[in-house]
Design a protein around this ligand. Structure first.
Ligand code: SAH
Length: 453
């Protein structure tokens, strides 16, 4: 089973390459020695994962060819934008026109979109976002796997079910061998090319131990590894980059500093932002965003969340609903509606139509069974699959009844590929922000004097 379409290298400029598959051209960053024009590679998240033997690439491309053009035709049909705007307020229609023409929208115009209420206007908003996604990013949909390797956390975030507030939760910490086995299964059996390694802020798993595990993973499998372990500090980020991590999934949760300090006791927004910026400068691919529906959050806050995320030039945006956990101080909070979440996704796509991927979060999928379809037709083009070992997955209880907590990996894959097929999306992913320059070319090199192992 494979979740990526091989691309042929048609241009190389330092670490930047242009790839082509079925007439689609995409940019990516590579770290492979002696990569040459005409080579076939897999790329995910705008990052070249591995070279593939030309004969193998040819047979995989052959397998995809007919399907790919069929998918593309389906996506084109579903992404057409009608000019029917009769039930849309004139002022709102002007904002839509500007969005479609890709004139830069003023903050107040984006806010107008975030505050839309009428069904017709909302439907049109989603369509505009979907149209822009199609126009700039085509039908590729990126699929990352996530392994939740520890539920221990020293943080006291008011919303989070694995925080110190939850005294009842049985905690687990996967051993090095268990993590390697989960990665092996995800890569060798299921064909994942990009994995997120996520955990709470676990004080009993030293950063060096995690770094050693990442180095071992990189040595054994061609893989894009995202870390998502909260605030590990700038030296910690560098340590993990040197070990071979190339992506960071870290949301800033909210752009409102007072709200941030309230829901994350003992923390300040500026520290998290400093780490996000440092990670970007080190060369990490960033996935970032925030929570929708924090008590006291306004639509202006949500707009600022989108703008703050955009200022980081992320490779992927991640915005999802807050789902109250009964063991936390926010137990009585009310989740936002699906329409609220969808609106944020659509406005995010309209605010940044060209480059970044946008993920449908598991929290949105937990809120609404049809979230994936809703998200993917409102500007999103990425999904995550949970590949945490079955035995511990339900204990990673960020919020109750998490989607996919009890589904087999093969079941998740079937459902996902089915949906992507219906929507005309190809499970491939190429392309990156054009301004990115990797800080370090080989996993072992160190740029800040931290000794390598
Ligand atoms: N400790 C790491 C990652 C684990 S939490 C970190 O701090 O980044 C991963 C994400 O889950 C958080 O960024 C948060 O946005 C989300 N999350 C936590 N509790 C949640 C809840 N109750 N509802 C929805 N999302 C939640």
């Amino acid at each position: 089973m494979c979740y990526a379409i091989p691309g042929k290298i048609i241009a190389i400029e330092g670490r930047r390459v242009t790839l082509e598959y079925f007439g689609e051209k995409r940019e990516a960053i590579h770290e492979l020695p002696a990569l040459a024009l005409g080579d076939y590679v897999y790329a995910q998240g705008g990052w070249v994962i591995d070279r593939i033997d030309p004969a193998e690439a040819a047979s995989i491309l052959e397998f995809w060819r007919e399907q790919f053009f069929q998918l593309q035709a389906t996506d084109l049909r579903l992404s057409r934008l009608s000019s029917e705007k009769s039930e849309i307020d004139r002022h709102v229609a002007v904002v839509f026109d500007r969005a479609i023409e890709e004139l830069p929208l003023r903050d107040e115009e984006l806010l107008t979109l975030l505050e839309l209420k009428s069904g017709h206007e909302l439907d049109y908003l989603y369509k505009v976002a979907n149209f822009l996604r199609y126009k700039h990013q085509g039908n590729s949909c990126c699929i990352h796997g996530i392994i939740e390797f520890s539920s221990h956390c020293s943080g006291s975030c008011l919303y989070c079910g694995i925080s110190t507030w939850n005294r009842e939760l049985p905690r687990y910490r996967l051993t090095r061998e268990e993590i390697l086995e989960a990665v092996r299964e995800a890569v060798e059996i299921w064909g994942f090319k990009a994995l997120v390694l996520q955990s709470g802020e676990d004080p009993d798993r030293p950063i060096d131990e995690l770094a050693a595990i990442i180095t071992e993973i990189r040595a054994r499998w061609p893989l894009l590894i995202f870390i998502s372990c909260g605030e590990v500090g700038i030296p910690g980020l560098q340590r993990l980059f040197n070990a071979g991590a190339r992506g960071l999934l870290m949301r800033f949760e909210t752009s409102n500093p007072e709200l941030y300090a309230r829901i994350r006791p003992g923390r300040i927004l500026e520290n998290r932002m400093e780490q996000l910026r440092a990670a970007r400068d080190m060369g990490y691919l960033l996935i970032t965003g925030g929570l929708i529906g924090i008590p006291g959050q306004t639509s202006r806050d949500l707009l600022n969340d989108i703008l703050l995320a955009r200022s980081l030039r992320p490779d992927m945006y991640s915005f999802g609903p807050l789902i109250p956990h009964p063991a936390t101080p926010l137990a009585k909070a009310v989740s936002p509606s699906s329409a609220e979440v969808r609106k944020v996704l659509a406005v995010c796509r309209i605010a940044d139509p060209r480059e970044s991927r946008l993920v449908v979060t598991t929290a949105f999928e937990t809120l609404d069974e049809t979230a994936r379809e809703q998200g993917l037709t409102s500007g999103a083009n990425s999904v995550m699959m949970n590949v945490t070992p079955d035995a511990v997955r339900p204990s990673y209880e960020l919020y109750p009844d998490r989607a996919h907590a009890r589904e087999s990996i093969s079941g998740q894959i079937d459902v996902t590929l089915n949906l992507l097929g219906r929507l005309g999306r190809a499970p491939t992913d190429l392309g990156t922000r054009d301004s990115r320059i990797l800080g370090s070319s080989v996993p072992e090199s160190s740029t800040n004097g931290i000794p390598d192992q």
